[in-house]
Every structure is written in C-alpha cells, then in structure tokens.
Write a protein that binds this ligand. Structure first.
Ligand code: IPE
Ligand code: IPE
Ligand code: MG
Length: 250
C-alpha cells in the first residue's frame, strides 16, 4: 500500500496511499491573533489549497479532508453560515483548477440537511471530475463516522428483512461495502492539527489500522513541510496489522 517516493520527502520514505486530515485549530489560530474565528476559517481554505497541491506533488493517491462534522451543527448559526459559505466559495473558485490538475473530487457525509444550492455544487464537483485519474480528494462534509456506520446497518437490516441477505452473512465486508467510502482504500495515515488527540467521529470504521500523527500547529499554518514531516513520521512506524514483524534473515 505504498506509492513510490517522490520529490519533497526523504527518498527512502514510503508515501501512504491514503491520508486523512482532521483540519483543526482555525478558531484558535484566529483568537491568538485577536481576529474573528471566521478569519481563521478563511485562512484554513488557503491551507487546504496548499495541502492539495502538496499531496499531488508527493504522489498521495487519496486525500480525505474533514471539513464539517455532523456535530458541528452545534456551533453558533453565524459560524455555521460562514463554513457553508466557504464550502461554496471553495467549490466555485477551485473546481476548475482541481479539474485541470486531474483531481477527482468525492464528497462523503449526509446531504439531506444541506441547502439545495450546496448539494448541486457538490454534485457538480463530483460529476465534472468523475473521469479524472490523479489525486482523489475526498471532502468529508456534514460527515460523522457513527452516522455512516448506522446507515450501513440500516441498509443491511433492510436487505435481511427483504430476504436478500441472511443474518449469518453479515460480516466486515457487508458493512465496508455499504459505507460511503466503499471503493476507497482505508486511510494509512490520519493527521490532526491543533494538538488535540482524538478522532471526533472521523472515519471510525476505516481507521482501524491507520497510523496517527498529531501536529502541534493550527490548521491555517499547515504547509507542505508539515505534510512531509508527517509522512516521514509515518515511514518510521512499524505497521503490523495484528501480525508479527518478520525476522531478518541472518
Ligand atoms: C476546524 O477549526 C474547522 C472546523 C471544525 C470546521 P475549529 O473551528 O474547530 O478551530 P478550534 O478547534 O476552535 O480552534
Ligand atoms: C473536528 O473538529 C471536525 C473538523 C475538523 C471538521 P472539532 O473542532 O469539531 O472537534 P472537537 O469538538 O474539538 O472534538
Ligand atoms: Mg476544533
């Protein structure tokens, strides 16, 4: 599950196929500068742009960015409106360039309670870039891992009730294939900025064997060097997937 090393990281570094990022700390970045939280979110979009470019340059195949969680609806209405506005801005402003860079955009999360214009922008982004073969940018928007697993369970229950499936056929694969990430490999590396060390409902099922790197900087300060540092840390980890490390041949 490793792409060949590319320019920007140490040549011996194995680049993860799928990197997930919990883009956290916009509010703290702004507050530390006596700016409104909204300014932190705006600068966060610039960091996202830098991050996508760096991921492409480094040869990462899948990049999933946590942009709005199912629980972020509990924020003040004005902040929610700002975040919705920034998603609109990002897609309107950046879609053409993403498409020109061969990026495929995918969106995971619940669309039912998003406004109609946002849903059409998300659909447009996916439709326009569907055939692209470069980086897949997965935008987790109005996303919650528990909600996603609950929806998969409901789909299985419906299949069982309709006689299409037997209860004894419910296994790991039955759930994985009913998640929104069904054709996306599990994340190899999950990065969270801001110093917090928790998942906050991000890719719960998919992160079973992910490596975690927690960075002590706020998201608006994230750049290519931060990503390279996380990739180097990832390369030092020993992944076992429940097995044992093979003994070196004497
Ligand atoms: C991340 O920054 C952006 C979103 C959650 C949408 P925050 O807004 O959570 O920033 P902090 O954690 O309050 O600093
Ligand atoms: C997680 O960050 C969600 C996103 C980055 C979009 P939060 O800031 O919402 O997480 P908590 O509340 O600190 O756990
Ligand atoms: Mg936060």
């Amino acid at each position: 599950m490793h792409a060949p090393p590319t320019e920007g990281v140490d040549a011996s570094v194995r680049v993860p196929v799928h990197v997930g990022i919990i883009m956290d700390g916009n509010g703290r970045w702004a507050t530390a500068r006596h700016l409104p939280r909204a300014e932190g979110h705006r600068r966060g979009v610039e960091a996202l742009r830098r991050c996508v470019r760096a991921a492409r340059e480094l040869g990462i195949r899948f990049l999933t960015v946590y942009s709005f969680s199912s629980e972020n609806w509990s924020r003040p209405a004005a902040e929610i409106a700002e975040l919705m506005g920034l998603l609109r801005f990002f897609i309107r402003n950046d879609l053409a360039e993403l498409h020109a860079s061969n990026v495929r955009v995918r969106v995971i999360g619940e669309r039912a309670n998003l406004s109609a214009d946002i849903v059409s922008l998300l659909n447009e982004a996916e439709a326009m870039t569907r055939a692209n073969s470069g980086l897949t940018l997965v935008v987790a928007f109005n996303y919650g891992g528990r909600q996603e697993i609950a929806a998969a369970a409901a789909a299985i229950a419906a299949d069982v009730a309709a006689g299409r499936m037997k209860p004894e056929d419910v296994d790991v694969d039955a759930i994985s294939t009913r998640l929104q990430t069904t054709d996306i490999p599990d994340p190899d590396l999950i990065i969270r900025t801001s110093g917090e060390q928790r998942l906050s409902n991000f890719l719960l099922w998919q992160s079973a064997y992910a490596e975690f790197v927690f960075l002590p900087l706020n998201w608006p300060d994230f750049d290519k060097a931060s990503l390279c540092g996380a990739l180097e840390e990832f390369a030092r980890r020993e992944r076992r997937f429940g097995g044992v490390t093979p003994c070196p041949v004497p």
